[in-house]
Write a protein of this length. Structure first.
Length: 236
């Protein structure tokens, strides 16, 4: 992971410009980010954490456990989130001490998004922005099978990224979000809806010959799609 981040820096990424690093539960990403990017805020993806917690508890408790965590990340401010997390820990510590200990240990990494502007919270508490790109790649490649070689894989990835860059160019997503909120149409993310899908498969990092490491960087007022390792089946 450190090598991949170092390549980003060598290609022009300035760690001083970063506001937040967002990632899934990959063990090496946090230490690599500290080593290469320095003192930058780090956010663990709530969708991944809730999904992992849901798998670790009994089926009869899953709804209540996840609903309690939802109260944490949907809290109106950091103080309220900490209080909701405290209540959740008290409620489940005797039933699932290991799960509660893990969430408490990572509390700082799960609540880092509260340091961003409130309008941004829904977008930066998960890795969904970059995973949306993976989804588009899978959609456009559906039915094509594995890539013949590395160049074919690179062309497909570049085509999707170029198309999305053009689509987003010149648009202020925060202004659009503020307008939706003003009219009462928030839309947006429902983490619980995603958690209820099949939890035994990684939906985001593997797709038809492409292996991807999913994480996003948040810089100023826009997302920077940071890195993903691509390997075609030809090279595997």
């Amino acid at each position: 992971m450190a090598r991949v981040l170092s390549r980003l820096v060598s290609r022009g990424l300035n760690p001083a410009d970063l506001r937040l690093v967002i990632s899934d539960e990959h063990k090496g990403l946090v230490s690599a980010a500290v080593e290469v990017l320095g003192d930058v805020a780090y956010q663990l993806c709530w969708a991944h954490r809730c999904r992992n917690v849901r798998k670790a508890v009994n089926a009869r408790d899953r709804g209540a456990v996840v609903a309690g965590l939802q109260q944490v990340y949907l809290a109106p401010n950091l103080s309220a989130a900490k209080e909701a997390l405290r209540r959740w820990c008290v409620r489940w510590i005797h039933n699932y001490p290991g799960v509660v200990a893990s969430v408490k240990e990572d509390a700082g990494l799960l609540l880092a998004f509260f340091g961003c502007p409130e309008l941004h919270w829904e977008y930066v508490r998960t890795t969904n922005p970059i995973e949306r790109v993976f989804l588009e790649l899978r959609r456009q490649q559906f039915g094509c099978g594995a890539f013949a070689n590395r160049n074919a894989c690179n062309r497909a990835v570049y085509r999707v990224f170029a198309w999305l860059n053009e689509l987003w160019s010149g648009k202020d997503i925060w202004q659009h979000r503020a307008q939706k909120r003003k009219t009462g149409c928030t839309g947006g993310l429902n983490v619980t809806r995603r958690i209820r899908r099949a939890t035994d498969q990684n939906q985001f990092t593997h797709s038809r010959g492409v292996t991807a490491v999913a994480h996003a960087l948040y810089q100023g007022r826009r997302f920077v799609l940071s890195f993903w390792e691509v390997r075609s089946s030809y090279d595997a």
